[in-house]
Design a protein around this ligand. Structure first.
Ligand code: 13P
Ligand code: SF4
Length: 326
């Protein structure tokens, strides 16, 4: 087998991901990583990577990493000319809303989301007619069109705070039925919701978690709030991907099961080698549309640029900025 000899900008990068990426595979990545570093400088570009991106993207080419909330904040604050979203389409739209003067690129237009696909702007207007006066809290995992019909957005990292900030006893919380039910259980505020589900998190079951606990004594279970309430009920902690990261950082070592997308454990294992991550996990096919090769193509050809109708973007921005102000 050829030994790979990282040079220049890839010096030391392989060490970060060595236990996750076989040497032979790394060899196919090196040229793209070098090209991406050069293109970033030439274009004054930044790469924002969601926690579910594969380790060679997350640890080797991204400039900003995090959950949906962190990526939205950073998209708002960056002075880069170009933002490449290594995430899914709704995240790129949110970045464009918050930073209309930057060129926002998504390397593969098929990087969607089952939650975002579950609801339209017309659906939100019908809900408002049916429940007049009840505020609409919209998960950021939605299209710009849906955000534009909303009073305020939320992420899984701030949903509880956002809902409580409204001071009402009833809220329309869309489109994730399970997130809404989980927040209802935490706050006691009545949720009118929608039958949208994350195709990754809806597949976890309480039985699977109980089997893992039996097989791995001392297991601590952290579940994403997009999981069904009965899964959250048998977990030790529930929170956004950034909250899971904080939990692992603050509770050094131990045996952890992250009930979420597969790359999350891989990425945290790089940062926290003293923690043992037990995996079953489910993969998000949309997040996995993003690759080093299409990030490189995206920067070479400036594709695929995300554009938004200015009037719709400005209404959606109000809902996102109202969330960011909390
Ligand atoms: P986070 O905001 O927790 O990163 O979640 C985003 C997402 O798409 C989870 O499926
Ligand atoms: Fe959407 Fe679920 Fe994939 Fe997140 S993990 S992008 S919610 S389908």
């Amino acid at each position: 087998m050829n030994q790979i000899a990282p040079r220049g900008k890839t010096d030391g990068l392989y060490d970060r991901v060595r236990h996750l990426v076989p040497e032979m595979e790394w060899e196919t990545f090196v040229e793209d990583i070098r090209a991406i570093e050069t293109l970033k400088r030439e274009r004054n570009a930044v790469i924002l990577a969601h926690n579910y991106q594969t380790p060679e993207i997350f640890h080797c080419v991204s400039d900003i990493r995090g959950d949906s909330l962190a990526l939205a904040r950073e998209a708002q604050n960056t002075d880069a000319d170009v933002i490449v979203m290594a995430g899914v389409h709704f995240m790129a739209e949110t970045a464009k809303m918050l930073n209309p003067h930057s060129t926002v690129l998504i390397p593969d237009l098929r990087a969607g989301c089952s939650l975002a696909d579950s609801i339209t702007g017309a659906d939100v207007r019908l809900l408002r007619q049916r429940y007049p006066g009840v505020p609409v809290v919209t998960y950021v995992n939605t299209s710009a069109e849906v955000k534009a019909e909303s009073d305020i957005c939320c992420t899984s990292g701030n949903a509880k705070r956002v809902v409580e900030s409204l001071g009402t006893d009833r809220v329309i919380m869309i489109p994730d039925e399970y997130l809404a039910r989980n927040i209802e259980a935490e706050t006691g505020i009545k949720m009118i919701t929608w039958a949208g589900h994350c195709e990754v998190h809806e597949r976890f079951t309480p039985g699977e978690i109980e089997r893992m606990r039996a097989d791995h004594p001392g297991l601590v279970v952290l579940a994403h709030p997009e999981c069904p309430p009965e899964v959250v009920a048998v977990s030790d902690f529930s929170g956004s991907t950034a909250m899971m990261d904080d939990y692992v950082r603050d509770h050094k070592g131990g045996r952890i099961l992250l009930v979420t997308e597969c790359s999350m454990s891989d990425n945290l294992a790089v940062r926290y080698p003293q923690t043992e991550f037990i995996r079953p996990c489910n993969m998000c096919p949309h997040m996995k549309r993003i690759t080093l090769a299409n990030i490189r193509q995206s920067l070479e050809n400036m594709t695929h640029e995300v554009t938004l109708d200015p009037e719709m973007a400005s209404r959606g921005r109000r809902a996102v900025e109202r969330m960011l102000a909390i």
